[in-house]
Design a protein around this ligand. Structure first.
Ligand code: FCB
Length: 464
């Protein structure tokens, strides 16, 4: 039902926010936590823009009760967070650190007490350093260790956590971590990047199996992929083919194995000997049936043919005339295009019936605290409003979308950018750890209360 200018969402729509362990927790050496590849990486000079690290971050490890109170005040229905593998298994495998499990167990209880559903991500990039020392993701043994870790967590939290996400954005781990070296572990090696992609996929399947074996039958298990519609920079054949290649190497490399149990033939042609070595048995594990697909959407990708570029001869282009955030082009219709495409190409034909979730969407803009203590982040409100509008449109076009998670709840450690970029609905003063709900946070609370979106001019700009 639609009042003029007001978009209503289905009853029970899941309104949430998302974070990741290394970006918010801090307490890097507390209660038996082992080292992760991000602890190592951030200590290498020149890796992080402001020379910072996640040692303290938002100190969420200690401040979680107050953070959860704030989430409850805003009326959030769900909270997506990740578990730090090195808190659970400091050496990556073997001895379980009960104190680590206890922390997440308290967090889950705290959420449920406040009526907020936990959505748990098992891996958001913080591999135990001990496993990196044995070769890391390019080694198949790391995938097996991930299965073991998933079982340990599922066994402890499965009685209360219903929604599980195995991996966050395996593409970023593969390419930014192992090809471009911009993320931990900082490797620059084409073979390693594609071996990583293959092993992450296998580890996803092993984690699905592990969770199904230890969690109650109603557990909902999925994976989160960062997907982006790929557009050619021009209508020339060369650019159009470049766009198809980029779609294969970034989107379809993950979508097809997980949801169809195969690697696209065109990808095999494109990558030749670099193609991840996946046997039929591996593909069966990778395509273990899931309940939902999580999609992270921030922007579209525009590319041109670039014969000298490694991997697939493609270069990214920043179209002129567009609006940009500090990081990406702002392109709201991309979320509609992406959701309808994923649904048509993968969801509608998925035998078991697939649900979709937007597990991240958000923007970094230079926020500041005004004289009266408010953070008037109107550009964030506009970004979220326009993306929610496009997403609503996708739902009208038949996409079964269950929920939407804003990245992020508090400002936090933005990987290679350190603390220079702010994505939160909640402003964090890192010197004092004070939290201030930004205007976008108040606005989002109203969207949740209304279960809908006021798109009238001015409507979205009256949050209080
Ligand atoms: C995504 C990551 C998340 C955050 C946002 C801005 O790629 O999953 O941790 O860094 O981008």
């Amino acid at each position: 039902m639609t009042r003029k200018g007001f978009l209503t969402f289905p009853a029970g729509f899941i309104w949430g926010t998302a974070t990741a362990a290394y970006q918010i927790e801090g307490a890097w050496d507390k209660d038996g936590r082992g080292m992760s590849i991000w602890d190592t990486f951030t200590r290498q000079p020149g890796r992080i823009q402001d020379g910072s690290n996640g040692d303290v971050a938002c100190d969420h490890y200690h401040r979680w009760p107050a953070d959860l109170d704030l989430m409850a005040e805003l009326g959030l229905k769900a909270y997506r967070f990740s578990i730090a593998w090195p808190r659970i298994l400091p050496e990556g495998t073997g001895k379980v650190n009960q104190a680590g499990l206890d922390f997440y167990s308290r967090l889950v209880d705290g959420l449920l007490e406040r009526g907020i559903q936990p959505y748990v991500t098992l891996y958001h990039w913080d591999l135990p350093q001990a496993l990196q020392d044995q070769g890391g993701w390019p080694q198949r043994t790391t995938a097996e260790s991930f299965g073991e870790y998933s079982r340990v967590v599922g066994r402890r939290l499965g009685d209360r956590v219903q929604h599980w996400i195995t991996h966050n954005e395996p593409m970023v781990m593969a390419y930014l971590g192992h090809l471009l070296g911009q993320h931990a572990p900082g490797v620059q090696d084409l073979m390693a990047a594609l071996a990583t992609a293959g092993n992450l996929l296998v580890s996803h399947g092993l984690a699905v199996q592990a969770l199904r074996s230890v969690c109650p039958a109603n557990a909902q298990v999925g994976i989160t992929l960062n997907l982006s519609p790929v557009h050619p920079a021009s209508e020339t054949d060369l650019d159009r083919q470049a766009a198809l290649r980029h779609d294969l190497a970034t989107n379809r490399l993950f979508l097809d194995p997980v949801l169809k149990g195969s690697l696209p033939d065109e990808l095999a042609e494109l990558l030749g000997p670099l193609l991840p070595q996946l046997s039929p048995a591996d593909l069966k594990v990778i395509s273990e049936p899931i309940d939902f697909l999580g999609i992270n959407y921030y922007s579209r990708t525009v590319v041109r043919h670039a014969p000298d570029s490694p991997l697939h001869q493609v270069a990214q282009v920043q179209p002129s005339g567009s609006e940009y955030s500090q990081m990406w082009e702002i392109y709201p219709d991309g979320i509609r295009e992406l959701l309808t495409r994923v649904w048509k190409d993968y969801g509608a034909t998925y035998s078991r019936g697939l649900r979709l979730l937007v597990t991240e969407n958000g923007i970094c803009v230079p926020d500041g605290v005004d004289y009266d203590g408010r953070v008037r982040d109107y550009r964030r409100i506009r970004y979220l409003r326009d993306h929610l509008g496009a997403l609503w449109q996708a739902m009208q076009e038949g996409v079964p979308l269950d929920g939407y998670f804003v990245w992020s709840f508090p400002d936090n450690f933005e990987w290679a950018f350190g603390y220079t970029l702010r994505f939160g609905l909640v402003y964090v003063d890192y010197a004092t750890q004070q939290r201030i709900v930004k205007d976008s946070g108040h606005w989002y609370a109203k969207v949740i209360r209304d279960n809908g979106l006021d798109t009238r001019p001015g409507g979205a700009f009256l949050p209080l």
